[in-house]
Every structure is written in structure tokens, then in C-alpha cells.
Design a protein around this ligand. Structure first.
Ligand code: 3LM
Length: 393
């Protein structure tokens, strides 16, 4: 299918990257469930290893199903190239290890996914890389945290689980002046709702386990950026650490991306109504959702995002105990970590997704003991609201 940049996101989501199957004309992308590829002769194998001839060698180095996913994803994020990984954390570790060398420093959002925090503060520090946690919703604080050896600014916006936003355009401007790479974890938005590359970021990252897969049946990660950066990562921290995606998981993500726009439209619509219901409920203390006019960065959300997605965090007036009661009482909403599924999921960040973050840092980032996180799915919104109502009362 011939695609141009002029095609709308919804059209690219269905068609980009797909080529007619030459063998049988299959419409769906064939699943190349193979570890290795046969060479015609020794010279051809040698040429492929030398990079003098295109063609596949071994699935850790590339696979046709994975290549379709990467091309589709690059089109959707507006990047030159993309790379697929076996998990979001494989993508996080590969991109950070590619850019950060011994002696370097990284600035990151104080509210970030728990395992990303662990990677920065418990793993990469052993390789003489230092990390500073900053309230990246304040551009001046980001500027103040930059040191002569800062090589990367790592942002999560909206942040997991507080929903705090970063002004991507303002931060990338500062970073460019200082020659610093900006990586944006776009998981909460999906490529449909926010385009960090357009705002100046160098690399966009996704836990594809979430909205891109969308059905709670795959764990995967994706990076998008320039061809130069993607080729560099492919030939180093992807190839030699080996956190590759399985062909079947790539196939599931191609299928997931085709319906991303329609799923996200329903998700945004549902989440807005659920956030409004929670905000007016007498038992609810505070609701964090970028789509609410009461959200402190609502104006930035409207400027930088095309929709407000499906994640809501909130506190009940009864604090931790009331939150636990709610999470134990819901029937339709599923008590489970992860997010971005068609099913509504509810979980407790302080004891689950962010339990690995030291308590002091958790509180500093406003991940309080009473905070409940909801990932609103695509069920009937009235059914979701009724379930929350019975759970709260
Ligand atoms: C979660 N998050 O429930 P995987 N970036 C962001 C994420 O939210 C995540 C990753 C990266 C959750 C997972 S907790 C055990 C379950 C913003 C994951 C990492 O490696 O695909 O899980 O992505 O918040």
C-alpha cells in the first residue's frame, strides 16, 4: 500500500508498513515464526553479515513481521525509524545504555514508572552513571538540574501514576542548546494523542504492552526516532543485549495498532465521564485527570495532547483504608496492574507498581498511600460508574 505523509493517522494505523503478500496475496501480515533464514550460498550469507546485501539472517537481528510493525509505528509517531523490543523495560534499558556511558548524568521526572526508577537508581548507577530525580513539570527545575556531564533528559508525560505533565517543547529547547538528548515515555498517550518528536524530542518510548497492544495479551516495547539513532541502537544494545520482540507479539501489535484510534476515542470519552463522576462524589478528596478544568496543567494538556487518555488517579476522603475497601469491592473493574487495556483496571501504586521506589521519594513525587490508579477501558461507561459507585459506598 502506497502511503504518504498526508494520510490521516487513522488510515496510517490500518495501512502503513503493510505490503501485499507476494506468495499468496494474504491481506493480514504473515507471521514469520522463524528463528533463522536460509542462505542460497555461502557468498550470500557472508554478504548479509557484511551488510553488503539486504536480507534476513537471524530473528535477533531482524524479522519481516517485526519490520512491518516498526514501519507502521515510525509512521504513526512521525519518526524515520522504529525498533521493537520484548518489553517496555527492554526498550528503556536499551535506549539508556546506548546514550549513557561511564561518567555521564541523566535528569529524569520524579514521578516515573517504578521499574524505570529502579533501572536508573539501582542498575545503571553501578556503571558509574548518576541520575537526578526532578519535578519536570517545572521547566526551571529541569534547567537547574543540568550538569556539564548531563547527556539525557528522560521524561514521562503524563507521569505514572500522578498524571503530572512536562512541557515537552520548552524542555527540548533547553536540551538542544546544551546538546542533551530528550527521551519521552509516551505510553500513557499512545501515538494517537501526543507526538513528542514533533515537539522536539529525540526518541519516543512506549510500553507497547499498554494501549498499542490494547487487549492485555502481550508484553512488548517500542522506540521511535531518527534512522541514525535507531540503527545505532539496533546494532548495539538491541543486538547484543538481545531484548527482541517475538514474531507473534509483533503480529499482535500490528493488529492492535489497526484499532488504536477507535479504542482511544472511546477510552477518552469514558475516562472524561468517569473523572467527572469521581470529582463530584462526596467521598472523593482529589481527582488527577488532565481533562478536568481543575487539573493544574489543563491548559498545557490542551496544547500538547490531542486527548486526555484513560488514566485517572484519585484519593478518597477516607485515605488508604477507603481506597483498599474500594479496590476490594469492585466487580467489573479488575484489580490488576498494567493499563491501556480494553478492560478497566484498578490498582494501588504505593504497594504495587511503585512499591520499588523508596518511600521518601514516593512521597516527594506525591505518590501517597491513599492514591488509587484507574485505567478506564472501553466498556459501557455507565456500567463502570455504577461499579465504582457501589465500591465507594
Ligand atoms: C504499570 N507499567 O502498571 P513493560 N513505561 C511506563 C509503564 O507504565 C510501564 C513501562 C514503561 C506497568 C506495568 S507493574 C509490574 C505493570 C510508563 C509499565 C514498562 O516492560 O512492558 O511492563 O513496560 O504501571
Amino acid at each position: 500500500m502506497f502511503m504518504t505523509k498526508k494520510h490521516d493517522f487513522k488510515t496510517l494505523a490500518v495501512h502503513a508498513g503493510q505490503k501485499p503478500d507476494k506468495l499468496h496475496g494474504a491481506l493480514a501480515t504473515p507471521l514469520y515464526q522463524t528463528s533463522t533464514f536460509v542462505f542460497d550460498n555461502v557468498q550470500q550469507g557472508a554478504n548479509r553479515f557484511a551488510g553488503e546485501e539486504t536480507g534476513y539472517i537471524y530473528t535477533r537481528l531482524g524479522n519481516p513481521t517485526q519490520a512491518v510493525l516498526e514501519e507502521k509505528m515510525a509512521a504513526l509517531e512521525g519518526g524515520e525509524a522504529a525498533l521493537a523490543f520484548g518489553s517496555g523495560m527492554a526498550a528503556v534499558s536499551a535506549v539508556l545504555m546506548y546514550f549513557l556511558k561511564s561518567g555521564d548524568h541523566v535528569v529524569h521526572s520524579d514521578a516515573i514508572y517504578g521499574c524505570t526508577h529502579s533501572f536508573l537508581h539501582e542498575i545503571i548507577c553501578d556503571y558509574n552513571v548518576s541520575a537526578t530525580s526532578v519535578d519536570t513539570s517545572d521547566v526551571q527545575k529541569v534547567k537547574d538540574a543540568i550538569k556539564p556531564n548531563t547527556k539525557v533528559i528522560y521524561l514521562e508525560t503524563p507521569a505514572n501514576p500522578t498524571m503530572k505533565l512536562c512541557d515537552i517543547e520548552a524542555i527540548t529547547k533547553i536540551a538542544k542548546e546544551a546538546g542533551i538528548v530528550v527521551i519521552v515515555d509516551n505510553t500513557f498517550m499512545s501515538p494517537y494523542l501526543q507526538s513528542p518528536l514533533e515537539l522536539g524530542a529525540d526518541v519516543v518510548l512506549h510500553s507497547a504492552t499498554k494501549y498499542i497492544g490494547g487487549h492485555g495479551d502481550v508484553v512488548a516495547g517500542l522506540l521511535v526516532g531518527s534512522k541514525e539513532i535507531m540503527d545505532g541502537i539496533r546494532m548495539t544494545t538491541l543486538k547484543d543485549i538481545g531484548g527482541i520482540i517475538a514474531p507473534f507479539d509483533a503480529w499482535l501489535l500490528i493488529r492492535g495498532l489497526k484499532t488504536l484510534a477507535v479504542r482511544m476515542d472511546r477510552t477518552c470519552e469514558n475516562a472524561q465521564k468517569v473523572a467527572e463522576f469521581l470529582e463530584q462524589h462526596p467521598a472523593v478528596e482529589k481527582v488527577h485527570y488532565p481533562g478536568l478544568p481543575s487539573f493544574p496543567q489543563h491548559e498545557l494538556a490542551k496544547k500538547q495532547m490531542k486527548g486526555f487518555s484513560g488514566l485517572i488517579s484519585f484519593e478518597l476522603k477516607g485515605g488508604y483504608d477507603a481506597g483498599v475497601k474500594l479496590m476490594n469491592s469492585v466487580k467489573l473493574c479488575q484489580l490488576a496492574v498494567s493499563l491501556g487495556d480494553v478492560d478497566t483496571l484498578i490498582q494501588h501504586p504505593a504497594s504495587m507498581t511503585h512499591s520499588v521506589v523508596p518511600e521518601e521519594e514516593r512521597l516527594e513525587a506525591k505518590i501517597t498511600p491513599g492514591l488509587v490508579r484507574l485505567s478506564v477501558g472501553i466498556e459501557d461507561v455507565q456500567d463502570i460508574i455504577e461499579d465504582l459507585e457501589q465500591g465507594i459506598s
